[in-house]
Structure formats: structure tokens, C-alpha cells
Design a protein around this ligand. Structure first.
Ligand code: HEM
Length: 440
């Protein structure tokens, strides 16, 4: 592929055609495009912003929030949520303070119980999906609609604390919100309106839930004489029990914005990661066989590495935009040193960084055991995923439960057959319903 020759042949003044070429290349031959850019134009000014493609440069952008802010999508995200949120802000108050708060309530020590919870909810969803296929007389079921999004939403109910909110609403609203703030570069007003309406619906449902929880709770030990306790031991329960100094102004509306923000950061990501990781494993039969063996290991750590390496090839967030708010010399002292003026949008291509030949050994090979800094699936730096401890068990466990079922696999030859149904996210992925279903 010679992307740059075709791109350079389009006059600089014809931005729409250049954007069309970029969009087509990122959709149809992402690996080839970024191989070429890393070699020839590693810091590449485009009408969509400056594409940053090399591993050290992506890390440089993502670790300098005072220079490269979330200002490209931040305002849209806050319109969707109807409130400030850490992923939309940089600096002391909302971002760093509430990031610390996020780490407190999304505690690393929850990981073992979140894994066990995911395993049992995933198994139940798989049982129902397989039984549903049998009832329909079908050899397949839809891994995304019949399994991953349901299991992920049930984890959101049980672990994050969205008690009583229908899983369909959790999944649909979070998809509309994500789409509006993260995948609506063309600023389609209908997509934006649907995202803000979904954000408002979720806010109102969570406000009612918080009011209910407050009304139901008594002293933690029930010594107020009512016999009531402080309610479920989930993330929302932990938020409602956490008291920050009054001067922080952290009221129930802030709890609401954070909880809905967590859902937005989690639900689509977990669902899609489960599907794309399975696809990347299924595309490599020898790797799939190794992963199946690792799935049966009582210590899941060996298996998890297969999932994170699979996601390197198809991350849910391949790139994240930032706004350069003060002039900056990127990659200073290297041949690719580039001055970036204030006001320039910059796109940190984490996908490309994870294939940087100068940093990642044999990047095209599927290898577990790579250094953690070579995997940017959960982001990096100031906005690195604050839910990463939960994510790091939920996503692999959703995949592991599938691989523990013989025959529940994408049919041979249809590993890539994900249907996006006109949305930015895969919506349907047919998998064989068991060993007698004519699968691989
Ligand atoms: C399930 C798989 C997940 C994936 C693939 C994922 C991915 C990411 C990525 C790539 C970022 C960085 C975004 C950027 O720099 O622009 C991020 C940030 C974030 N994620 Fe996750 N995430 C996942 C799960 C979760 C979970 C379980 C939660 C919370 C329950 C969560 C909440 C957040 C939040 C709040 C941020 C923003 C952090 C900040 O701005 O400081 N994510 N996530």
C-alpha cells in the first residue's frame, strides 16, 4: 500500500478528500497505514489533527495533560453527562481529585470477587444463550447481544450498583453516550441529541436510585434502631458511605456524574473487548488452542495475558484525541522533532504505538509476556483507565467462560464476521452454540 502517494496527490486545500482517504485507510488497512506513517511521517499533520504514531511520542502526549488536554472531546462528554467528569477535564479539582476518589471506590482489592462475580454471571448468560439457540433450532447464537452485553450489564448492576436499572437501558444508553462523545467526529446532530438524551435518562434513573438508597439506609451497624444497614456492598454503596470534606462540594450529583461516567467508560468497552479478543484468538488457531489450555488453569493469570495481547491487535480505543494548549516541541532531539502550535488537535494513536518496530519486538507476532508498557489497551498517563483493576478481570473472564465451553467458537471462516449494524461498534457476532453445531 502506498497511502502517502495517494494522499499527497490530493491538494492540501481539499480537506474533505484527504479526510476521506484517511478514514478509508484507517478502516480498511490500519496496520499498513500506520506501518507507512511510522516509517515516513511519524508525526503527521492532517485535517483531523496531528497523528502521533510512535510509541515514545504517544506516551509523551498522554503524560503531559497540562499541554495536551482532553479539550477535543471534553466539552461534548460533559454535555452528554450533563456534568463535569474526570475524562473531560485536566488539572487539580475535577480531574486529579476525583481520579483519586475513583481509585478509592474502584478498589484494586475488589478484583478477586469481581472475577468470581463475572464468572457466575457469564456462565448463566452463556447457559441461556445456548438454551435459546436450541429452542430456536439454531446452530449459533449472537455472542454480543445474547451474551457479552448482558453479562457485562449484570456485572454493572451487581458490582457498580445500578440496582433495578434494566440491563437493556444500561447497554443502550451507554452505547449512545459513547457514540456521541467518542465516535461522532462529524458532529452529527442526531447522534449528539441521542447521546445527551441517553445521558439525561441515565442521570435521572441514578438520581432516583440514590434517593432510594439514602432512604433505605440507616447506621452501618443498624444501631439507629431501625435494623436497617447501609445497603449493598457495591461501588455505589461505597460512594454513598464515603464522606469527603465539605469544601470539596462533593454531593450526590457528583456521585451521580461519576457513577454514570464509570458506566460510560465500562459497558461498551467490556462488551466489545470480549468479542474482539475472541475474534483475534480465533483468527490464530494455534494461539486459540494454547489459550483454551490456559483457560483451564486454576490460576487465571496465564490466560489473561492471551486476552490482553489479543486486544493489542484490536483495541476498543485505538486512538485518543488531545488539544495542544501551549506550543510544544514533540520528540525533541530526534529526527522526528516537530513543533506543535497551541490550539492544534493531536491524535495519540495507541494502536500504532503498540506496533512500533523500534520499541516492540516482532510487533506483528502474537506473544504473551510482553512488558506492560507495550500494551496501551487501557490508555496511558493522566487519563489511564481508572477502572483498570475491574477491567483487568472482567474482560478476560468474559472470554475465558466462552473458551471453557467446547465448541462455542466463531464458525471457521467467519471469524471476522462482525456486524456493526451501521454503528461505530460491533453489534452482532455469530458463534456456534456447542460441539454439535458444525463449528471448527
Ligand atoms: C472493560 C474494558 C475497559 C477498557 C478497554 C477501557 C479503556 C479505557 C481507556 C483506553 C481509557 C483512556 C481514555 C483516554 O485516555 O482518552 C480509559 C479511561 C477511563 N476508564 Fe476505562 N476501560 C475499561 C473499563 C473501565 C471500567 C470497568 C471503568 C469503571 C468502572 C472505567 C472507567 C474509566 C474512566 C472513568 C476513565 C477516565 C480516567 C481519567 O480520565 O482519568 N473503564 N478507559
Amino acid at each position: 500500500m502506498d497511502f502517502l502517494a495517494a494522499y499527497d496527490a490530493v491538494p492540501e486545500t481539499d480537506a474533505p478528500r484527504r479526510i476521506g482517504l484517511l478514514r478509508r485507510a484507517t478502516a480498511t488497512d490500519r496496520a499498513g497505514l500506520f506501518r507507512e506513517l511510522r516509517a515516513a511521517r511519524p508525526v503527521f499533520p492532517t485535517p483531523l489533527g496531528v497523528f502521533v504514531t510512535r510509541h515514545p511520542d504517544v506516551l509523551e502526549v498522554l503524560s503531559a495533560p497540562e499541554t495536551f488536554t482532553a479539550g477535543v472531546f471534553g466539552p461534548v462528554l460533559e454535555e452528554v453527562l450533563g456534568a463535569p467528569f474526570i475524562l473531560a477535564r485536566d488539572g487539580a479539582d475535577v480531574h486529579w481529585r476525583e481520579r483519586g476518589y475513583g481509585q478509592l471506590v474502584l478498589a484494586p482489592e475488589d478484583a478477586p470477587r469481581v472475577r468470581a462475580l463475572t464468572a457466575s454471571l457469564a456462565d448463566a448468560a452463556l447457559d441461556a444463550a445456548v438454551a435459546g439457540a436450541a429452542e430456536r433450532g439454531s446452530a449459533t447464537f449472537d455472542l454480543i447481544q445474547d451474551y457479552a452485553c448482558l453479562a457485562a450489564a449484570r456485572v454493572a448492576v451487581e458490582y457498580l450498583g445500578f440496582t433495578g436499572i434494566p440491563e437493556e437501558t444500561l447497554h443502550t444508553d451507554s452505547r449512545l453516550m459513547q457514540w456521541a462523545f467518542a465516535a461522532n467526529q462529524g458532529r452529527d446532530p442526531d447522534v449528539h441529541a441521542a447521546g445527551t438524551a441517553a445521558g439525561k435518562e441515565m442521570h435521572d434513573l441514578v438520581a432516583a436510585l440514590i434517593a432510594r438508597r439514602r432512604a433505605e439506609s440507616g447506621r452501618p451497624d443498624g444501631t439507629d434502631g431501625t435494623g436497617r444497614t447501609d445497603g449493598p456492598d457495591d461501588v455505589l454503596g461505597r460512594m454513598l458511605r464515603t464522606r469527603l470534606p465539605d469544601e470539596f462540594g462533593f454531593d450526590d450529583e457528583r456521585i451521580n456524574a461519576n457513577l454514570v461516567g464509570y458506566l460510560t467508560g465500562y459497558q461498551q468497552n467490556a462488551t466489545q473487548c470480549a468479542a474482539t479478543a475472541l475474534k483475534e484468538l480465533a483468527l490464530r488457531p494455534e494461539v486459540l488452542a494454547e489459550a483454551e489450555r490456559a483457560a483451564a488453569d486454576p490460576d487465571p493469570a496465564r490466560f489473561d495475558a492471551y486476552v490482553w495481547e489479543a486486544l493489542r491487535f484490536h483495541p476498543f480505543v485505538p486512538a485518543t484525541p488531545r488539544l495542544c494548549v501551549r506550543e510544544h516541541v514533540l520528540a525533541a532531539g530526534t529526527p522526528r522533532q516537530t513543533r506543535i502550535p497551541a490550539g492544534t488537535p493531536v491524535v495519540a494513536w495507541m494502536y500504532s504505538a503498540m506496533f512500533d518496530e523500534d520499541v516492540i519486538e516482532a510487533p506483528a507476532e502474537f506473544r504473551t509476556g510482553r512488558p506492560p508498557s507495550h500494551n496501551l489497551v487501557l490508555g496511558y498517563g493522566a487519563h489511564e483507565c481508572v477502572g483498570k483493576y475491574a477491567a483487568s478481570v472482567i474482560v478476560p473472564e468474559l472470554v475465558r467462560r466462552v473458551l471453557l465451553r467446547p465448541g462455542v467458537r466463531p464458525p471457521a471462516g467467519a471469524e471476522q464476521a462482525m456486524d456493526y449494524a451501521g454503528t461505530p461498534y460491533p453489534q452482532h457476532y455469530a458463534v456456534a452454540a456447542g460441539p454439535d453445531s458444525g463449528e471448527r
